[in-house]
Design a protein around this ligand. Sequence first.
Ligand code: NDP
Length: 266
Amino acid sequence: MICYGAEVANGEKHLVLVTGGGGGLGRALAGAFAGAGYGLVISGRNQKTLQTTAEEISRQGGEIRYFLCDVTRKNEVESLAREIGRELGTVQVLINNAGIARAAGFLEMPDSLWEEILKTNLTGAYNCCKVFLAGMMQSGWGRIINIASTTAKVGYPYVTAYTASKHGVLGLTRSLALETARRGVTVNAICPGYLNDEMTRDNARRMAERTGKKVEDILALFAASAPQNRLIEPEEVASLALLLAGEKSAGITGQGINIDGGAVMV
Ligand code: NDP
């Protein structure tokens, strides 16, 4: 039987860090890992959403701590690592989930939006890999799970910055997987399609304002872009992340795994 629960190293539970842990997918990831018995840290910039997530998970009996950290600032990621190291130990499972998405036509897109998206989605993941990988290498065991998107595999219009950032995340994943392949560390990306969460509803609301269509119609169009004609539940992504974090997934590395109702088949 394959057990996806907390793996045990030297008698201790593996410690998981979920960046952007107060958001829609972050909450689902945190809930799944806490439920499976992992030691859990979530981070982000918004104290209120982090605290709400931490309280929800504690009420369900999970062990969780939260820390403020902007992933675009390397010094904040370094001090996050120091604090976690001092209080909790080595992060053995890193889930790079923090991300932003904003649509804009290429010519109208301000340079600042391009920079912000690349800095958050790609450099943010880079900063966390750079800071947390050393501990995994030293202990000879680690899992890095980058939350990418189907936009890591194919292009979509009006999201050049987001698409470029997620293609970059997949490139980072593949190269880092090669560098760590003999060190007990796996590096994979999860590529979700449209999720049934607030980020998707926000995007639908913005598109509704621009086009005069109804939000529900736009959500229906998002769903219809997948052969299964539905949005993906954050919990489905969390269950794939649990699988990748498990001991029995040691042979899966360098992959970008789509979870998108069949929308993208590369
Ligand atoms: P949310 O907007 O709900 O969550 C995004 C999270 O990222 C927030 O918790 C936010 O936390 C955090 N974040 C943003 N910028 C920073 C930063 N500079 N430093 C630290 N944390 C940051 O969206 P989702 O939960 O849907 O998105 C999670 C991931 O899933 C993203 O990487 C997204 O690209 C990806 N994804 C989402 C899809 C969807 O349809 N929703 C589809 C495919 C992929 P805070 O505000 O506290 O900083």
